[in-house]
Structure formats: C-alpha cells, structure tokens
Design a protein around this ligand. Structure first.
Ligand SMILES: NC(=O)c1ccc[n+]([C@@H]2O[C@H](COP(=O)([O-])OP(=O)(O)OC[C@H]3O[C@@H](n4cnc5c(N)ncnc54)[C@H](OP(=O)(O)O)[C@@H]3O)[C@@H](O)[C@H]2O)c1
Length: 282
C-alpha cells in the first residue's frame, strides 16, 4: 500500500498514538500535516519524519479555543488543495472540571467540538479526494458513556472525569455515524475506533492515577501498537466499502446501544453545529 501523493492531517500528532499514526502515514508515502498544541514537540515530530525521508509540515492549535480551530482550518485549506486523510486523534482527560475559551466543558470541547468543527472546515478538501477518509479515535470508554443533553457541560452535580471522558468518546462514535450518513454517496468515508489501552500521558488525571500510571503503563500497549487500527483505517486499500463503523483491532465491532441511537446522533449534530456557530448540515 502506498500513499505517495496523498495528504494526511493528523491531530494530536505531537505525542502518544498520534505521533505513531503520523509516522506510519509518512512511511507509507503521505505528506503529513503534523498538528499539535505543544510547539516544541510538534516541531520535533515534523523533524523526525523529515529526517527519516518522509514529508511533514507542522501546524499548531489549541483545541480548547474554537477560534484557533478555525485558524487551523484556514491554514490547512490554504496549504493543501486536496486532503485525502483526516485523523481526528487529539484528546484529553482532565482531572477536574475546567472550561474552554468558549466556556464549554474542556473534555467535550477538545474531544468532540474541535474535531466536529475541523471536519466541517476541511470538508471540501476531503471531498476533492478520490477516496477521502475521516478516522476519529474514540475509545472503548464509550461503552460506559451517556450523553446528557440537559447538562452537556457537566455543570450540575459532582464532576466526574471518567463520565466526562466517556461521554466525549461516545460523542465520537455518534459523530462518525451521523457524518457517514451525511457523506453517503460521496467519495469520503468516516470511521472510528478504539486503539486499545495504550501507555501514553493521557492517564494523568489526578494524583492517584498519576502515581500508578508508570506501573500500569508496563501492561499497556505501546503507542506504535495503539496506532495500528487508526493507521489501518486511514490507509487500507479496501475497507469493504463500509462507512460509519466502530473498529477494534482492525475489526468492525458493534458499539454500545447508546452509540447506535440515530436520534441522539442527529440531536448531537444539531447541538454541536449550534455551539460551533455552523449551519446544521455539512
Ligand atoms: N491511551 C489510551 O489508552 C487510549 C485509549 C482509548 C482512546 N484513546 C484516545 O487516543 C487519542 C490519543 O490519545 P493518547 O493516548 O495518544 O494521548 P496523549 O499521549 O496524551 O496525546 C494527546 C494528544 O492530543 C493533543 N491535545 C490534547 N489537548 C489538546 C488541545 N487542547 N489542543 C490541541 N491538541 C491537544 C496533545 O497535544 P500536545 O502534546 O501538543 O499538548 C497530544 O498530541 C485520544 O483521543 C484518546 O482519547 C487513548
């Protein structure tokens, strides 16, 4: 499989699983837009890819600021006439309730609203590809998730990092489902996946977790192994024509019942469009 001549955008490419997805796509020949928040780490990944003979450009964004996402979208549209692959990988888990620059709960803003908006901004570039792919890195945590439409920003009751994270990962699956419906009949497919339990720095959500994380990491997958399924979804020649599916270990898996709720997916779409100040349909 070669991706020579193709352009891939990978968010959260400055660390963990995203770095390995970016490196993997570059090894296959794609020009990779390495998108990160931390300037030094993002540059470092770009340099490592270029030093290894690949082609990479670096872009910086804070997904907790929708104006930043808009700026990134404009930069990418300016740079690339066609975008073949978008991997929505960036994600966070936060230890206590915080809000984004737009006053939205941070986990929901970074893990869902930012990729929702970025995907919209890159839509025409992806549609210009003969075989566009949008891959969103969700999680098995979505099985524990519930979308609370009455309290999306988790203002009421006690805040639980796990519930906020699980909700955001469920929204990734619902988003993919609705996106696939909207893109039906086009050249672009949308899929999402669980990368496995991967030993990265995402697991720093409080003193206890941070304390046991180094030990737990020893039993988790390496970032390179975690990158396997998203990389495969982004690059495999034939996914059997499927769109809208949730994958684990390169296999189509039935997601939770909540993730198969088309009404919830449509409602989430409308709410997200409103929160991002977008029209309801892509
Ligand atoms: N690790 C696991 O076991 C696991 C399991 C299931 C799903 N996932 C999912 O896999 C994806 C990647 O996670 P990871 O484990 O590789 O975590 P990670 O090592 O912590 O990497 C997270 C990436 O997201 C970026 N990011 C975080 N907040 C951002 C913001 N506000 N704006 C822009 N970029 C931001 C980080 O950028 P900077 O480094 O530049 O700040 C980094 O590149 C996430 O969506 C996560 O939910 C992970």
């Amino acid at each position: 499989m070669t991706l020579a001549g193709k352009v891939a955008v990978v968010t959260g490419a400055s660390a963990g699983i995203g770095t390995e997805i970016a490196r993997g796509l570059a090894r296959l020949g794609a020009t990779v837009a390495v998108v990160g928040r931390n300037i030094e780490r993002t540059h470092d990944v770009r340099v490592r890819i270029n030093d290894a003979g690949g082609k990479a450009d670096a872009f910086f964004v804070d997904f907790a600021r929708l104006s930043d996402v808009r700026h990134l979208g404009a930069e990418l549209v300016d740079r690339y006439p066609v975008i073949d692959i978008l991997v929505n990988n960036a994600g966070v888990a936060v230890g206590r309730r915080t809000v984004s620059a737009d006053h939205y709960e941070t986990t929901f803003a970074v893990n869902h609203l930012a990729p929702f908006l970025l995907t919209h901004l890159l839509r025409d570039r992806l549609l210009a590809s003969p075989q566009g792919r949008i891959v969103t890195v969700s999680s098995g945590a979505h099985f524990r998730g519930r979308v609370d439409f009455d309290d999306l920003h988790r203002e009421r009751g006690g805040y639980s990092s796990w519930e906020a994270y699980a909700q955001s990962k469920l929204t990734n699956v619902l988003f993919t489902r609705a996106l696939a419906t909207q893109l039906a009949g086009s050249s672009v497919t949308a899929t999402c996946c669980h990368p496995g339990m991967v030993g990265t720095d995402i697991w720093q959500i409080g003193p206890w977790v941070s304390l046991v994380a180094p030990l737990a990491k020893m039993f988790m997958l390496s970032p390179a192994k975690g990158a396997d399924t998203p990389l495969w979804l982004a690059s495999a020649a034939d996914l059997g024509g499927t769109s809208g599916g949730y994958y684990e270990r390169r296999t189509l898996v039935t997601p939770s019942a909540a993730a198969q709720d088309d009404q919830a997916a449509a409602r989430l779409w409308d709410v997200s469009a409103r929160l991002c100040h977008l029209p309801a349909h892509l």
